[in-house]
Design a protein around this ligand. Structure first.
Ligand code: NAD
Ligand code: GLY
Length: 356
């Protein structure tokens, strides 16, 4: 028997539900109701498709379904991968009322959402995230896109899905390293705006690592509630939404410098959050709590060798740069983040120097 929880991302006419539960891929939720036209294209990757394609297809009985599997991994989050989706849509003469379903991790979700934003100036899409990271972060909020060789996520669009369907059973097949990477984004939510949730994570980190179903369901639910609330408040990142990028300015630079896929996104964000907290000069005990929780989650808390000049050059491509000035997400304290262009330059040099 499937248990379900529903959260709505409140965006007026573009509002949509996030459904969290188990057994959803096995008929526990009527996904076809969200496929408005007669056709849909399922985009997945070479790992996820063999695991879940045959489970999703019976849910779409009565629809004309085509499928495409992309190569997996961050190094394939490119315009070339998106082109494959567009080529398939054109080749099958997909009409404006087609729906594209992204079934996979954040890479599949981001590329697919971007293709959906571009095809015929925008068609409907559904997110079925299958990694913890995608379930708590990338599938919600409408940021879509691909990497450019000069920087991460530099090409993309805002395009909201019609539905996010999170079947927590999919985490059973997720490799441990990917689970831990997802926990980095979960810990991020506690660090930026919910210190009670942070404390809950400190208590429950072992249960999460052991894939305890109830603990995972709660962590996903609370993360999605926070993300939905922040996105509803500032959909296009005019201000507050940028707090969701805590640790990401450093993290994206790590991913870029190491070569996409070497450090997983969540791993890079983990080390990046520690650097951002150091730059924030928060209370030493709180900094230690952040390091300890990330450590307990099996995540890195120090960055790899990168020289200071490279840090500064790569961080200059960050999307938060405004008027040629770097902006960082910093913490007043655990659970209280803010965005600023005014930071201690010497401390920044120490933070990136300490990392080198
Ligand atoms: P990913 O999509 O590369 O998936 C990780 C790996 O797990 C892949 O090899 C995939 O094939 C495999 N996999 C996925 N689900 C599985 C399952 N259930 N069982 C077994 N294997 C499975 O990586 P990710 O961590 O999901 O996503 C990272 C991406 O998300 C990055 O590109 C990042 O920039 C992006 N992101 C986007 C947003 C946003 O708001 N759009 C937010 C955070 C991160
Ligand atoms: N992951 C950052 C955002 O969605 O805004």
């Amino acid at each position: 028997m499937s248990t379900q929880h529903k959260i709505t991302v409140e965006l007026g006419e573009r509002s949509y539900p996030i459904i969290i539960g188990n057994g959803l891929l096995d008929g526990g939720f009527d996904i076809a109701e969200f496929v408005r036209g007669p056709d849909c294209l399922i985009v997945s990757d070479s790992n996820v498709s063999p695991l879940y394609r045959d489970r999703i297809l019976p849910n779409l009985d009565g629809k004309t379904v085509t499928t495409i599997d992309l190569a997996d991994g961050e190094s394939h989050k490119t315009v070339a991968s998106m082109q494959l989706i567009l080529d398939r849509l054109v080749a099958t003469r997909a009409a404006r009322d087609t729906t594209i379903i992204a079934m996979g991790g954040g890479v599949v979700g981001d590329i697919t959402g971007f293709a959906a934003a571009c095809y015929m100036r925008g068609v409907a899409f559904i997110q079925i995230p299958t990694t913890l990271l995608a379930q708590v972060d990338s599938s919600v909020g409408g940021k879509t896109g691909v990497n450019h060789e000069l920087g991460k996520n530099l090409i993309g669009a805002f395009h909201q899905p019609q539905l996010v369907m999170i079947d927590t059973d999919t985490l059973l097949t997720l490799p441990d390293r990917e689970l831990k990477a997802g926990l980095a984004e979960v810990i991020k939510y506690g660090a930026i705006c919910d210190v009670e949730f942070f404390a809950w994570l400190e208590e429950n980190i072992q249960a999460l690592l052991q894939k305890d179903a109830a603990a995972l369901a709660y962590a996903i639910q609370r993360s999605c509630e926070i993300k939905a609330e922040v996105v509803a408040d500032d959909e296009r990142e005019a201000g507050r939404r940028a707090i969701l990028n805590f640790g990401h300015t450093f993290g994206h630079a790590i991913e870029h410098c190491q070569g996409y896929g070497e450090w997983l996104h969540g791993e890079a964000v983990a080390a990046g959050m520690v650097m951002a907290a150091e730059l924030s000069a928060i209370d030493e005990l709180e900094l230690q709590r952040l390091r300890s929780l990330l450590n307990a989650a099996g995540l890195p808390v120090t960055a790899p060798q990168i020289d200071a000049e490279t840090w500064m050059r790569v961080m200059a491509t960050d999307k938060k740069v405004a008027q040629k000035q770097l902006r960082f997400v910093l913490l007043h304290s655990l659970g209280d983040a803010y965005v600023t262009a005014s930071y201690d330059e010497q401390r920044l040099q120490a933070v990136i120097g300490a990392a080198a």
